[in-house]
Design a protein around this ligand. Structure first.
Ligand code: MN
Length: 297
């Protein structure tokens, strides 16, 4: 049972991975509900539905003890204080030196994560997997909107460029802004035209780790096609299927390992719009295969 590796109270401080929920959707621009993501995901994890083993025959229970730190206390009336709280929470966990998966919340979650990486003085390249560019300077009268996330990350002192994978909903202006901000772009169409997405992800990881010591991965679930991930805030049709995303991420995680991936986030899971937990099951599969890829030799 997969939830066996998630506990809030490991004895002797022997956990080797961390999990933190960020129930935030204050700035969601279309469908609100991502604040319910972390707890819904925990419920799916605790079902009897999953073996704790990956397709590479890795038994996760032998390798992982994941400490679940619960949820950040979001202040729904104050986005900037909420971002600060996310930053403080992520900072205190990452400063203990063990890798962390942050589970959103909408994509504003990652603005808080970015602040903590800056406070930790971790020079960081961002792998941003998303159907959107998230480069608005301001959206709906806030600079902390989930549509501004990548823009805010490019402004951090420790920003070392970004790689955006899977975009397909954009304006021409945003594309030129992206190029000016040292963001390397790969559209959904480019990705699915590749002969081997696993190899592409693996080679990308190898190239990035030659130049960067720390890489944060931000996975917005709307990179997936709405038919395989209906439970997201801003769905965009004609996306990757779950297997394609798994190939891509497995390659990236296998080449980078936790030597380079200290932090990772999964955002925009909106259980209010999920259908028969399709999206939830996809996330569990992604989690199992990515955790497994981190330890495959
Ligand atoms: Mn998005």
């Amino acid at each position: 049972m997969l939830c066996g590796i998630f506990k809030s109270n490991w004895e002797d401080n022997d956990e080797n991975f961390n999990f933190l929920g960020v129930p935030i959707d204050i700035t969601s621009s279309y469908r609100c509900g991502a604040r319910l993501g972390p707890d819904s995901f925990r419920k799916i994890l605790s079902s009897e539905n999953f073996e704790c083993s990956s397709e590479s025959e890795i038994d996760l229970i032998k390798h992982y003890r994941i400490k679940d730190w619960g949820n950040i206390g979001i202040i729904r009336s104050d986005i900037s204080k909420s971002i600060e709280r996310i930053s403080e929470g992520v900072f205190s966990i990452l400063s203990e030196g063990k890798p962390l998966l942050v589970f959103g919340g909408d994509h504003s979650t990652t603005i808080g994560v970015g602040h903590s990486l800056e406070n930790l003085n971790l020079s960081t390249h961002i792998i941003y997997v998303d159907s959107h560019l998230d480069l608005y300077d301001e959206l709906m009268e806030t600079r902390f909107s989930h549509g501004c996330t990548l823009k805010r990350l490019t402004e951090l002192n420790n920003y070392e460029g970004a790689t955006l994978l899977g975009y397909r909903d954009f304006t021409k202006d945003q594309l030129s802004l992206a190029r000016n901000e040292r963001i390397k772009l790969f559209s959904t169409n480019e990705l699915i035209s590749l002969p081997n997405l696993y190899q592409f992800g693996y080679d990308l990881g190898i190239k990035l780790k030659e130049k960067h010591s720390n890489i944060h991965i931000s996975l917005d679930l709307d990179v997936l096609d709405p038919s395989v991930a209906p439970g997201v805030g801003n769905p965009v049709a004609a996306g990757l299927n779950t297997r394609e995303l798994l190939w891509l991420l497995s390659g990236i995680f296998q080449s980078l390992k936790t030597t380079h991936i200290k932090s990772w986030d999964i955002v925009e899971y909106n259980p209010l719009f999920d259908v028969s937990e399709i999206t939830g099951f996809a996330i569990v599969k992604i989690l199992i295969e990515c955790l497994s890829s981190l330890i495959i030799q």
